[in-house]
Write a protein that binds this ligand. Structure first.
Ligand SMILES: Cc1cc2nc3c(=O)[nH]c(=O)nc-3n(C[C@H](O)[C@H](O)[C@H](O)COP(=O)(O)OP(=O)(O)OC[C@H]3O[C@@H](n4cnc5c(N)ncnc54)[C@H](O)[C@@H]3O)c2cc1C
Ligand code: SF4
Length: 390
């Protein structure tokens, strides 16, 4: 999919706007974790009041364009009244298109009044960036410490065809177009609590950077999804690829491997295919990419045989409550060139009990979605704002 097709054309946008019923109860807003109001920005857009439409989105969502491209359909779209008539308004795409087409290019830097307080944010993913946006609006001077060379956190692992990374930068331009934000890249923080010696408060939004282990013999012959998705070019292969895992991260690994020229990609999923935690669109994307899905299957070991990797898997069955291994069902598949593990992630954050040290995003809640991480970041910022109001 080219970048252009990520957005609606002029005609598609007009037709999609017409489909909104202007519901008084606004179920789409209630379903949005940041309480963005689609009804409001759609009504402004229908009247071609684009500045107001842009403002209605960005007032509550500082990463509105990024969200518009990757928000799952389980929030506003699932709640949309039109679902009960035909199909929901494609609210995320409408949102992304409005910001793509009608937000100014390169906003001017503004001088914001400083309230005298300073906050350090550890981690420049959506939670940290959302917290930054709200804090600077309230006069706090914010220094963001990011361990990697770029902002965006886990968003940087999303393939460019779903989320062009310049869109993350574009949202960030509007967060940082003032004199209260300082960004420090390649600045991994080892002891977050020590930042309290230099700042009035700290928000820890470090995500879940560690890929879970398979805990099987030969695990070291596989590649973690983080290593693969941050640098897919390092693992380019025209051979056979196995992906272990069945969530949307595993789906991104599979699609990326296929797009990079793999001869075949197979996904090994512990659950039933129907229980995979991916949307219908993601499922169809896998099928369209000719990715083979192998459900009710768990890995047992990986071996190197000649210049190939042999993956032994076994069949599971569902006993009505959980998946249990089926005896004598192991099969060895000796033809892989690359095996990627994508079975989940964990944080390495240990909570400290200090009112001025606030946790936000995936490191607090566990793996979530961009808009939930943004909501969590905003809540953390509100906690700090309240702390200094008292
Ligand atoms: C492949 C993939 C696909 C996804 N697809 C979607 C999708 O389609 N839709 C959706 O809604 N969500 C998706 N997600 C989930 C979404 O990206 C996350 O929920 C979200 O990024 C979490 O935000 P966060 O700010 O809490 O953490 P993160 O985004 O993980 O950011 C944490 C940041 O903290 C930095 N950091 C960590 N430790 C330190 C330290 N000690 N010092 C300094 N910096 C540190 C990290 O480098 C990172 O930049 C996807 C995730 C992945 C991995
Ligand atoms: S629920 Fe759907 S139809 Fe109703 S206001 Fe929201 S976007 Fe429009």
């Amino acid at each position: 999919m080219s970048e252009k097709s990520l957005y609606l054309t002029k005609i598609q946008l007009r037709e999609e706007l017409k489909r909104c019923l202007n519901c008084k109860t606004q179920p789409c807003m209630t379903a949005c974790p940041v309480s963005c109001n689609p009804r409001e920005f759609i009504q402004y857009s229908k009247a071609e009041e684009w500045d107001e439409a842009v403002a209605a989105i960005t007032r509550v969502n500082p990463m509105g364009q990024t969200c518009g491209l990757i928000c799952p359909d389980k929030f506003c779209m699932k709640a949309c009244t039109r679902s009960g008539i035909d199909f929901p308004v494609n609210i995320p795409r409408v949102q992304a298109t409005i910001l793509h087409n009608f937000r100014v290019d390169h906003p001017e830097k503004v001088s914001l009044p400083h309230n005298g307080h300073t906050v350090a944010i550890v981690g420049a993913g959506p939670a940290g960036l959302a917290a930054t946006a709200l804090l600077v609006k309230n006069g706090f001077k914010v220094t963001i410490y990011e361990g990697r060379h770029e902002i965006g956190g886990a968003l940087c692992m999303i393939p460019e065809n779903r989320l062009p990374h310049e869109v993350i930068e574009r949202d960030y331009e509007f967060i940082s177009n003032n004199d209260l934000v300082t960004l420090k890249l390649n600045a991994k923080v080892s002891h977050t609590v020590e930042l309290l010696n230099r700042f009035d408060a700290v928000i820890v939004s470090t995500g879940e950077p560690n890929c879970l282990e398979l805990k099987i013999p030969g695990e070291e012959l596989s590649v973690s999804y983080t290593d693969f998705l941050y640098h897919p070019e390092d693992f380019q292969t025209n051979g056979h690829v196995a992906v272990i895992g069945g969530g949307n991260v595993a789906a991104d690994c599979a699609a990326t491997a296929m797009r990079n020229g793999a001869a075949s990609v197979e996904m090994f999923v512990r659950r039933r295919i129907s229980d995979m935690r991916i949307s219908k669109a993601e499922y169809l994307d896998l099928v369209n990419h000719k990715i083979d899905l192998c459900g009710m299957t768990s890995p047992e070991k990986i071996e190197k045989i000649g210049n190939k990797l042999c993956l032994t898997v076994r069949r599971n069955f569902f006993d009505g409550e959980k998946w249990v291994p089926l005896e004598n069902s192991s099969v060895s598949l000796p033809y892989f060139d690359l095996i990627i593990r994508a079975v989940g992630s964990r944080s390495d954050t240990k909570s400290d009990d200090n009112a001025k040290l606030v946790y936000a995003g995936d490191c607090k809640t566990g793996g979530s979605t961009i808009v939930e991480a943004i909501s969590s970041g905003r809540k953390a910022a509100q906690e700090i704002i309240r702390l200094f109001e008292e």
